[in-house]
Ligand binder design. Structure first.
Ligand code: SAH
Length: 215
């Protein structure tokens, strides 16, 4: 298969897994995942599997990225916070659908690589911050949407506090190495509404900035 056929197959796979929002499909189609992968994994961007990135982390499988993106019900006025930049792939997809993306990563080398890539690819509405994303970004809050790409035991209170009324948060919850559920939380004037979106497996949300050996 050549790249065009692979890309068409990729979109068909996303559709067969229930992704139907045309804007989300278009963003996925115009964002080649291989740009966010390294070495031998570069050729495998169109596979619907999680793949290794640096610092012992993984980029999620595209159908999960698409599902989370769709669940966020984005529009062009949204200011979004992502916790867990990783390769930058999810942030790149979000950036095509919203006004502004803030993404926080606890591994400095990953944050640095994603920042360089966004600059090189001219994604000018993404800001990458090195830090502990479970604390959110109080100076940029409140957010219209919040997405976590690392699993917490419960939705972090700091993040719920930084979500606007009417806002949506999508995240995996559950304990490390057990089954996790992807959930959608809608913040209303009367409180929080939860919907379960299926089983997933993500790396854990960890506290603090990582002490990486590489610089
Ligand atoms: N969205 C990423 C997925 C990366 S995996 C992508 O598209 O590639 C999840 C990432 O969350 C990892 O890079 C991990 O280091 C990061 N992470 C875990 N806990 C974190 C925290 N408290 N703050 C910021 N990033 C965190």
């Amino acid at each position: 298969m050549d790249q065009n056929e692979k890309r068409m197959q990729f979109i068909l796979t996303l559709r067969s897994k229930g992704i139907s929002d045309p804007a989300v499909l278009a963003a996925m189609e115009s964002t080649p995942r291989n740009l966010f992968l390294e070495g031998i994994f570069k050729e495998r961007g169109y596979e619907d599997r999680p793949l290794p990135i640096g610092s012992g982390q993984t980029v999620s499988q595209p159908s999960i990225v698409a599902k989370m993106t769709e669940a966020l019900e984005l529009n062009s006025r949204c200011k979004v916070l992502e916790v867990g930049t990783g390769s930058g792939y999810q942030a790149a997809i979000l950036s095509k659908l919203v006004r502004r993306v803030y993404t926080v990563e606890r591994h400095r080398p990953l944050a640095r690589a994603a920042r360089a890539l966004f600059q090189q690819l001219d994604y000018s509405n993404i800001t990458v911050v090195t830090g502990d994303g479970s604390l959110g970004l109080p100076e940029q809050a409140p957010f219209d949407r919040i997405i976590l790409t690392a699993a917490a035991e419960d939705p972090p209170a700091n993040l719920l506090a930084q979500l606007k009324v009417g806002g949506i948060m999508v995240l995996p919850v559950g304990q490390t190495d057990t089954v996790q559920a992807m959930i959608k939380v809608v913040k209303t004037e009367n409180g929080l509404e939860y919907t379960e979106l299926g089983e997933v497996r993500f790396v854990p949300l960890l506290a603090g900035v990582a002490k990486d050996t590489e610089h």
